[in-house]
Design a protein around this ligand. Sequence first.
Ligand code: IPM
Ligand code: MG
Length: 367
Amino acid sequence: MKTIRFANLPGDGIGPEVMSVALNALEKAGEVFNFECITTRHDVGGVGIDNHGKALPDSTLEACRSMDAILFGSVGGPKWENLPPKEQPERAALLPLRKEFELFANLRPGNLFPELADLSPLRQDVAGAGIDVLCVRELTGGIYFGQPKSTRTLEDGQKEAIDTMIYRTTEIERITEVAVKAASLREKRICSVDKANVLETSVLWRQTVSELVKKLDPSIELTHMYVDNAAMQLVRDPNQFDVLLTENMFGDILSDELAVICGSLGMLASASLGTGTNSQGFPYGLYEPAGGTAPDIAGKGIANPCAQILSSALMLRYSFGLEDAALALENAVKDTIRSGLRTGDIAMGGDSVSTHEMASAILSRIA
Ligand code: IPM
Ligand code: MG
C-alpha cells in the first residue's frame, strides 16, 4: 500500500472544522484507492502567534520540511487584525512558506457549478452556464519579493517607500511551463496578462511567454492582454478565458475577482507548487481553500467543507500522483451539490445542512 505523508496546518476560524472533515475524506479515499495517510497537525497563523509568539512557528516549519506536502486551512481573524502588517497572520505565515519551499506556481481554479449559478453576482446570461477558468499565478517573484523594499526618511522630512518589481527569464519560463501543462489538459488556450504598455518586466514577460509557448506546444492558442482590460473582460465574459497566466500581483488581484464571480468562496480550492520534487517524485505543494477563516461562523459547525476537500484532492493529484482518488473526491463534491444538499453559504435562503452532514454526504459518494 502506498503511504502519503503531509503536514496539516488548520490555522484559525473555520480552519480546524473543515480540516477535520477533509482528513476524514482523505482517509475514506485511502480505503477506496489503497493508500495510507500519515499526517501531523501544527499551529499556524493567529494560533501560532498565541501559542508560540509567531505566525509561522519554527516547529511548524520544521515539520513541513520533513513532509511531502502541506494541507493548509486558513489564517487570520479579528483578534490579530491590529498587529502591524508584517506580523499579520496571513502575510507572516504564507509569504515565508512560499519563499521557504519556492512555491512559485499558484493554481487557482475558478469554478462555478451551473447548479450554483444564482450565487454569482454576474447576470444569469453571463454566468448561468457556470464558469470554468484556471488562474496560474507566479507566486515567488515580482513586486512581492523584489529588493530593494524599504521606507526611509528624506532630508526634507518626507518619507519615501520603495517596492521593486523584478523578473528574470527563468522565473517567467517555469511558470509558463506550468500554464502550458495545465492548458494541455483543458481547452489549450492561454491568455497571458501583463502591462507591457508601461512596465519593462511585462515586456520581458510577454516576449518570454510567447517564445516558450511556441517552443513547448505550438498547438496552444496564446493571447496577451493588458491587466486592466483583463479585469474588465473577466466580469464581461469570464468563459472567454481558459487559462489565465499572470505575474504575482496581477494574479493576486485577478484571482480575487475570479473568486467572487464564482459566487462562493466556500467552493474554491488552490494549489501552490514548488520547484524540484518531494520524496514521491512529485512537486512539493501547499494546498489551501480560497475562502479565509470566516470568523463570524467559526465554531458553529456550519462552514462549507467543500473547498478544503477540493484542496485535498489537488494535493492527491499534484503532490502524490493519485489522479483517480483526486477525481473521486471532486466528483463526490459535484454529486453532492447536484443532489441539492447545501451549507448555509450556498443555500440562497433555502434549507441548509451542517458541515458534518455535508461532509458525510460527500464521504458516502467517494467511490
Ligand atoms: C493571497 C493573499 C496573500 C497574497 C496575502 C495574504 C499575503 O491575498 O494568497 O492571495 O497577497 O498573496
Ligand atoms: Mg489575494
